[in-house]
Design a protein around this ligand. Sequence first.
Ligand SMILES: [Fe+2]
Length: 204
Amino acid sequence: MQRPTDSNVTPFPGNLAAPVFAESQAYGLQPGTTPLLAELTETMQSAVDRCPGFGAAAAAKSALRGYVCEPALLDTCHKEGDPKHYRRHLLYADPEGALSIIAVVWMPGQVTPIHGHTAWGAIGVYEGSPFCENFDRYQNDQEAIGLRSKMKLLLKPGDLATVRPGIDDLHRVGNDTPSRAISIHAYGRDLLADPRSLNIVFDS
Ligand SMILES: [Fe+2]
């Protein structure tokens, strides 16, 4: 197979550095938690505890349904963006380390690097219309040499998705619209202990 040359292909540098999360407090619910967020968290923690492995992603996604686009879910402090880069607010950290919940705020034009995850994930859109773009890896004699966009979806409030751990589920999420976008993400990872441990980053 020849090396692809179209504009959708991104170099494959193998850069495994991960960006830093914005906030951390103690384990449990974080300052600014609303009653509805406390209810969602209890529901999700209970569901995840009953579902080991990737089944926890479906359980977390199911828990998000019915909560994720309720305006009362997030306090104003958890909707604040950052003009320099997308911002992640820690909402909940399971003391046992099996679940972290964050709110991610994208101001117009902000986007994540292309990345995979080291743990299962469940995502729901709270506000606005972020996009999710998925990528394929090009192979050449069994050696990965590049990434190619294969699908880009414009999301809306209430949309839900799961992600698998590993580098076969590569994606980036961002905001092409002129309005703020916010999504809620749950991961099977202790992001308070090691906030850099979640993302396997393929560009910057
Ligand atoms: Fe992701």
